[in-house]
Design a protein around this ligand. Structure first.
Ligand code: HEM
Length: 146
């Protein structure tokens, strides 16, 4: 009765989602030493302790990012597809949803803020037209008098 074990084999299918572990930034931060090194790359968490010595770019650069998000530095180097494939073997889980950066909403705010400037878009040409009109009138009057 009380033994409801997740979504275990309801119809013989394996549910892969239940295998993925989610770690918070706080938890990942604990693994910031050379004996125990975790990195976040593209919201995925890797235990690279055994890889430190093998890294062609040296262990120092990895330790600098230990327990934190290394996505930017990883991409800045322009790692090969081989390097990206190597990542898989160190995968331990994913970054918790609450700790992920959401960048797209910011862009939406920027575009909506343009709305406020809509009245200036027609005001400036209208003023320019009025000035040109006045100058034209002035010019015609001058020509008539001479
Ligand atoms: C666990 C994650 C990482 C893996 C599996 C990895 C793997 C590799 C591999 C296989 C190479 C050889 C070149 C290539 O195939 O692209 C390489 C080079 C390099 N990596 Fe990483 N890397 C990782 C993380 C990082 C990070 C976070 C940094 C920077 C902070 C970094 C900095 C470098 C540098 C500077 C080189 C160039 C070394 C050279 O050409 O002398 N790597 N890495």
């Amino acid at each position: 009765m009380g033994e409801e074990n997740h979504t275990e084999k309801t119809n013989g299918e394996i549910v892969p989602e239940s295998d993925v572990k989610y770690y918070t930034l706080e938890e990942i931060k604990q693994h910031n030493m050379s004996k125990d090194t975790w990195l976040i790359i593209h919201d995925k968490v890797y235990d690279i302790t055994s890889f430190l010595e093998e890294h062609p770019g040296g262990e120092e650069v990895l330790l600098e990012q230990a327990g934190a998000d290394a996505t930017e530095s990883f991409e800045d180097v322009g790692h090969s597809t081989d390097a990206r494939e190597m990542l898989q073997q160190y995968f331990v889980g994913e970054l918790h949803m609450d700790d992920r950066k959401k960048e797209s909403p910011k862009e939406i705010f920027i575009t909506t803020s343009n709305e406020s400037s809509s009245w200036t878009t027609w005001l400036i040409p209208a003023l320019a037209a009025a000035v040109v009109g006045l100058m034209y009138r002035y010019y015609m009057l001058e020509n008539k008098s001479s």
